[in-house]
Design a protein around this ligand. Sequence first.
Ligand code: PBG
Length: 324
Amino acid sequence: MSFPYHRPRRLRATEAIRRMTAEVRTHPNQLILPAFIREGISEPVPLQSMPGVVQHTTDSLKRAASEAVELGLGGIMLFGVPAVRDATGSAGVDPNGVLNRAIADVKAEVGHDLVVMGDVCLDEFTDHGHCGVLAPDGTVDNDATLPIYAEMAVVQAAAGADVLGPSGMMDGQVAVIRQALDEAGYQDASILAYAAKYASAFYGPFREAVDSQLTGDRRTYQMDAANRREAIREVELDLAEGADMIMVKPAMSYLDVLSDVAQMSPVPVAAYQISGEYAMIEAAAANGWIDRKAAILESVLGIRRAGADMVLTYWAPELARWLK
Ligand code: PBG
């Protein structure tokens, strides 16, 4: 018997055998495109820190949504950039607010061929940029924020959102949203809970994308990067409160968390490959330091391998074209 006896390289010898034995792959149906709609612009506005991503007009958003259908994407997650902000984020609960109109427009465009999701959070709508309303002492007031989220979710469901995505990390947010949806007759609207969402430096480019007014940080409500076990607690709470799907965010720096969560979750798990993850790869590729396409494919495959059923990624349309 010759040495070595065990030769794992046999299964790597050709593209055909690698393809056949791959443990995971990425399918366009699993991809969700995050998209920004900005009020009061007549042309899409490119984002400097996210090359290839724009703030949409109504028309360009509708085109992006119908393209998403053609490409077989799973869904679209909408974020609004309002022209006017105030302390309580009232544009978020206004049925004529930019996000709610966009949800209706996209829904009219795609019907049931694409899952339409709305971001349920106040940070895009508040003049202080926090995800909730502020108490007199300047802290983010959890319980005063909850009824606003509940109203926002109902308005989004009324506009046609199939899925509500509470991303503000307020305690109890899933429960109040579920109850409000049910009471308003939207029993069939689902909740994708941002269950384990970490305070991250990698959200940087998103702040440009939504013209964030934030000074300071979100460390009193988003999770601490040091904590792995705590993610399980957040997921369990959201499940108990009625989450239909859960999310881990960001993705690349939290693959251990994603793996833990994927192993214990009885519901579908999403991971959000966020703006800073996108920007890093684009910047390195623009400098010629990495192979752009290979790096993008590998980054998403890693997220799938860690256990994500669904991946929110700004590359969703391009990935779908490559994967076809
Ligand atoms: C909050 C929200 C954020 C992102 C998605 N939803 C920003 C934040 O929490 O600061 C970030 C997404 C990204 O960075 O791509 N509404």
